[in-house]
Design a protein around this ligand. Structure first.
Ligand SMILES: C[S@@+](CC[C@H](N)C(=O)[O-])C[C@H]1O[C@@H](n2cnc3c(N)ncnc32)[C@H](O)[C@@H]1O
Length: 225
């Protein structure tokens, strides 16, 4: 187990937002991103990280799980131990967080944690025809200010790539509106989603543990893509 202090990640006891419900512009934003995929050039470090993922997978045809925004990788290790039949890849852009992943113990060699920008990594995975069995997005940055809606994954160009990767998508957040918005974005894309409050005996990420310790519930959206 890790000795990382999740409280050092900042004090987020509650979500402070000027939004009281789903963002009114969300359906229009989602439609625009679905129609106009990103053409941005790829960052070199993510191209290299993706090549590393491809080399690690080799000719693997079995189940593939992506843990997007894996932070320190605690959830990646947990998911990999829970799914010994699968290969699990954790991706986070923060070198500072990624460097902490060796604190968690992997029962077998079925997880890889990479530093990469998901805006590019997801697009590269779609281009390489990856099909996921499960896709986790646990406690992504909520960007709760209404003006920052486009920084949320479901209102960004990345959303179009996320849904192309298939599998069972599971997103968790301590901000209910984020989860409601994610479900609405899926609905706009023609996909059905299930929203509920999420509880478990064991927290599997530092942020999850931190929120529960301060009395904040988690919300979850699950969709079959
Ligand atoms: C609130 S933290 C949650 C981390 C972890 N899932 C947890 O629950 O402890 C959000 C994470 O998303 C990562 N992130 C944000 N934007 C990203 C991007 N474009 N590519 C990859 N990771 C990103 C951040 O580096 C950060 O580690």
């Amino acid at each position: 187990m890790s000795n990382i202090n999740p409280m050092s990640e900042g004090n987020s006891r509650h979500i402070d937002s000027n939004q009281i419900g789903v963002h009114e512009k969300l359906p229009a934003l989602v439609n625009r991103h679905l129609r106009h995929p990103s053409q941005r050039p790829f960052t070199e470090h993510t191209v290299q990280a993706f090549a590393q993922a491809q080399a690690w997978l080799g000719d693997w045809q079995g189940p593939l799980i992506l843990d997007a925004c894996c932070g320190v990788g605690e959830s990646t290790t947990h998911i990999a131990n829970l799914h010994p039949e699968a290969k699990v890849i954790g991706v986070d852009k923060s070198a500072h967080r990624i460097d902490k992943h060796e604190h968690y113990s992997l029962e077998q060699n079925n997880a890889l944690i990479l530093r990469a920008d998901l805006n590019d990594f997801w697009r590269l995975a779609v281009q390489a025809n990856w099909r996921l069995t499960k896709h986790f997005l646990l406690y992504p940055n909520p960007y709760p200010k209404s003006a920052h809606v486009q920084r949320r994954w479901h209102a960004s160009p990345a959303f179009a790539e996320i849904i192309k990767l298939g599998g069972q998508l599971e997103v968790r957040s301590n901000w209910q509106i984020y989860i409601q918005e994610f479900a609405l974005a899926l609905q706009v894309a023609g996909l059905s989603a299930q929203v509920n409050q999420y509880q478990n005996e064991q927290a599997i990420t530092p942020f999850e543990r931190k929120y529960w310790a301060s009395g904040q519930p988690s919300w979850q959206v699950i969709a079959q893509l």
